[in-house]
Design a protein around this ligand. Structure first.
Ligand SMILES: O=C(O)CCC(=O)C(=O)O
Length: 254
């Protein structure tokens, strides 16, 4: 099983992000893509709490940038894939023993999608209120470059704590890091089988998709409570199960 080396782990800790080109093989990614395609094909029928349109600019629901929340709850086979198992092992390697799976989502940018994912820190969207470290593993189902929606990062931005964010006019629910600019960014293009890793405070964004293929990413978030108190871990789990309770009732078997 591919794990990351010590120098890669050091680079992630120092820079706040890491692109790894060869974590998974093509068959493993194809299995994930099958699950996600199945869900996106039924996007309009999924429970309303499980879907968002990141491109939406008003109260109308559309599908310019469709996002599925907790796809692994809706398509439980995703949790049994080699990709999930390897990602979990990787997260434990980075964050340490006691790390557990917190959240997954999938974001699709159709060809010609002009929406960038705005600059932000994931910690700004944190709901539990508990001290913790998180690792985000962003896994595209096809090759990605700057012209078709790869991730980009502001190096070392995780070292400055939680930065001010502002709402984005016309982008429902989006919060943008004040002052982050494209000039500070490093693109992380990836081949199939690659993944982009980042920490909870790292300022990041993703390009629009100006290419001809659909860009789909499965995004896994793992958490490690900073406190060793078992109650904190249990509270995290309770929050997770509370948030997904109604969705699990509507799970689609696959
Ligand atoms: O896939 C994207 O467009 C953005 C993903 C992202 O912001 C994240 O994984 O935190």
């Amino acid at each position: 099983m591919r794990v990351i080396g010590e120098h890669e782990r050091d680079a992630l800790a120092a820079e706040g992000y890491l692109g790894v080109a060869d974590l998974f093989d093509q068959d493993e990614i194809a299995e994930v893509a099958g699950h996600l395609d199945g869900l996106f094909d039924r996007f309009g029928d999924l429970p309303p709490a499980s879907v968002l349109d990141l491109g939406a600019s008003d109260g109308e629901f559309g599908s310019q940038v469709p996002e599925i929340l907790y796809p692994s709850v809706l398509s439980p086979g995703l949790r049994r894939t080699a990709v999930f198992q390897r990602a979990k092992a990787l997260a434990r390697q980075v964050l340490g023993a006691g790390t557990w799976f917190r959240f997954d989502h999938s974001i699709r940018k159709p060809p010609g999608c002009g929406f960038e994912t705005v600059w932000h820190q994931d910690r700004v969207h944190k709901r539990s209120g508990l001290p913790e470290q998180r690792l985000n593993i962003w896994i595209p189902t096809g090759p990605v470059t700057a012209s078709d929606g790869c991730m980009r990062y502001v190096p070392r931005s995780h070292l400055n704590g939680v930065l001010p964010h502002e709402p984005v006019p016309g982008r429902r629910g989006a919060l943008r890091t004040v002052g982050a600019t494209d000039a500070d960014a490093v693109d992380v293009p990836l081949p199939v089988g690659g993944a982009a890793l980042h920490l909870f405070e790292t300022v990041h964004s993703a390009h629009p998709n100006q290419g001809k293929s659909t860009r789909t990413a499965w995004i896994l978030q793992f958490t490690h409570p900073r406190t060793v108190l078992p109650t904190a871990t249990l509270l995290h789990r309770a929050v997770y199960f509370g948030q997904t309770r109604t969705w699990r009732g509507k799970a689609v078997a696959r």
